[in-house]
Design a protein around this ligand. Structure first.
Ligand code: SF4
Length: 509
């Protein structure tokens, strides 16, 4: 799905009906789809309903948006822009694109970049797996293709993070391959043009749309064809509000063949099945200040927001007393606590509703790793997966509050994580500057990093969960609390936007 102009799911969710359109697009399961050459499929169904390629390309010549990544047809430029535009508005992407190209101007530069450099360039765009995959793909392009992007859709699809849409966009725009780049814009236009009555999110809808577009697209200029439709969807056949054709049919080059304009019902398309509701997850987030520094920790290397820094937080809505106990469990002696305004962050499948506390601590005894969500944390995959003997483990029901931190008999279990509270502190933690490898970071990192106990004796596992520090030179194990300069955390760390509401509360003294 492409860019911010993708259909608004709430507004465009329409009950699936049986209405069929002027273009005669049948139910997606029509067996003819399998039996027929897809390129000719739409023409065979109802040739009179097909719009003209010429009209679309003429419109694009006159109306195309001037975008930084359209100044040339360099496949790297197309690739970076298309990945950035996923889930992000065009206007918001422009600055990110410019900065990215200044620092990493070609595929070799991206392949050679350190994680913290490319993560920093991506900070704020969200969906960080996109940039991680881009880096992996860049390394592959350098190692397997001599640094030149593969030219065909088929080859592009082999690269990490490049799916159908992106492969088609790169292959058509950079290399002229005749392949429709079917994203939300193209699906919306297709469904409105044809009165497509099925769920537009089903794979069959995409295949039918591809087939329909291939019936119109020639070898003349597939890149401009796709970009014209991207622009048409973003500026004329818009997802929210009325498409411009309703007031001015001349605004759309395909208005003469459009079923929705004929019946003046574009708001009924595209059709989607009622969506499932997001899971609500309550969390309590802590902004813990100690000696001009702020407590942060790495998230696990897999799962939601994998490997990114976060403020300590836990499942559930903790009241003040529970919050104090939690802070103590991280090794701090809280001096002062105050509540922060609540915040919300929406992911595709989860919504975090966050309570926050600001805590001033006057002592800190570093403890072992503290990912504690055990079975309840869907995002903390693998870390502290509540095996027997783990320190204190919080509520295991993702939906339930994390109240009632339970004392465990001892520290360290096979999982090695878990909260360790007063009286159950581990004896095995080491200052990370020791040869353990879970090292104190560099000066820039300036964080005390302590080993994560991993066994009954608290001996840390030096290989599990280690992740580079923010400057690339230190190492912070997932789940281990570290302290970092408050200003650095506020302004420079790649902390995901989910925590932005709390991050901006950091006061520099
Ligand atoms: S005529 Fe209107 S509804 Fe039909 S494709 Fe064009 S803008 Fe969309």
């Amino acid at each position: 799905m492409n860019r911010a102009d993708k259909p608004d799911k709430t507004e465009t969710t329409k009950k699936i009906g049986t209405k069929t359109g002027r273009a005669g697009i049948p139910e997606a399961a029509d067996p003819k789809i399998e039996k027929t050459d897809k390129a000719d499929y739409a023409k065979q169904q109802n040739p009179s309903a097909l719009p003209e390629e010429d009209a679309l390309l003429r419109w694009y010549d006159a109306s195309r948006r001037d975008l930084p990544w359209r100044r040339d047809k360099d496949p790297y430029h197309v690739w970076v822009s298309e990945i950035m535009l996923q889930q992000t508005r065009v206007e918001a992407v422009k600055d990110y694109y410019r900065r990215f190209m200044e620092r990493l101007p070609d595929v070799r530069a991206l392949a050679d970049a350190e994680e913290d450099e490319y993560m920093k360039l991506w900070e704020g765009l969200g969906y960080y797996s996109r940039i991680r995959n881009m880096h992996k793909a860049a390394v592959t392009v350098v190692s397997d293709y001599g640094g030149r992007m593969p030219r065909t859709r088929r080859e592009l699809l082999q690269l990490p993070g490049i799916g159908d849409y992106t492969a088609s966009a790169i292959a058509s725009i950079a290399f002229g391959e005749r392949t429709p780049a079917v994203d939300g814009n193209l699906l919306r236009i297709f469904s409105r043009m044809t009165h497509y009555a099925e769920d537009i999110k089903k794979p069959a809808a995409k295949k039918t749309a591809e087939s329909w577009y291939l019936g119109i697209m020639s070898f003349r200029d597939p890149g401009s064809f796709n970009q014209a439709l991207m622009d048409l969807g973003a500026t004329v056949c818009v997802p929210k509000g009325d498409p411009a054709c309703l007031t001015d049919p001349a605004a759309c080059p395909w208005s003469a063949a459009c079923a929705c304009l004929r019946d003046r019902d574009p708001q009924d398309y595209p059709r989607t099945a009622p969506k499932k509701s997001r899971r609500i997850e309550h969390r309590t987030v802590f902004l813990i200040r100690y000696g001009g520094q702020i407590a942060i920790r790495r998230r696990p290397k897999d799962g939601l927001l994998a490997g990114l820094f976060e403020f300590p937080n836990t499942l559930g809505t903790l009241d003040r007393e529970e919050a104090l106990r939690y802070v103590e469990s991280l090794g701090f002696v809280p001096l002062k606590i105050s509540e922060l305004p609540p915040a919300k962050h929406v992911f595709s499948h989860i919504e975090w509703r966050m309570t926050g506390y600001q805590v001033l601590a006057d002592e800190w005894t570093p403890l072992g790793g503290a990912f504690s969500e055990a079975a309840g944390g869907t995002d903390a995959a693998g870390i502290g997966a509540g095996s027997a003997g783990v320190g204190n483990v919080e509520g295991t029901d993702a939906a339930g509050p994390a109240a009632g931190v339970r004392e465990a008999a001892g520290a360290g279990g096979s999982g090695g994580a878990g909260l360790v509270r007063d009286g159950a502190r581990l004896s095995g933690y080491k200052n990370a500057s020791e040869p353990s490898g879970v090292g104190r970071g560099s000066d820039a990192w300036d964080g005390q990093v302590f080993g994560r106990p991993n066994g009954p004796d608290g001996v840390q596992d030096e290989t599990d969960g280690l992740l580079a520090g923010p400057d690339g030179s230190g190492a912070a194990a997932a789940g281990v609390i570290v302290l970092a300069d408050a200003e650095e955390v506020r302004d420079h760390y790649p902390i995901p936007s989910a925590f932005q509401a709390f991050r901006k509360r950091i006061v520099i003294e």
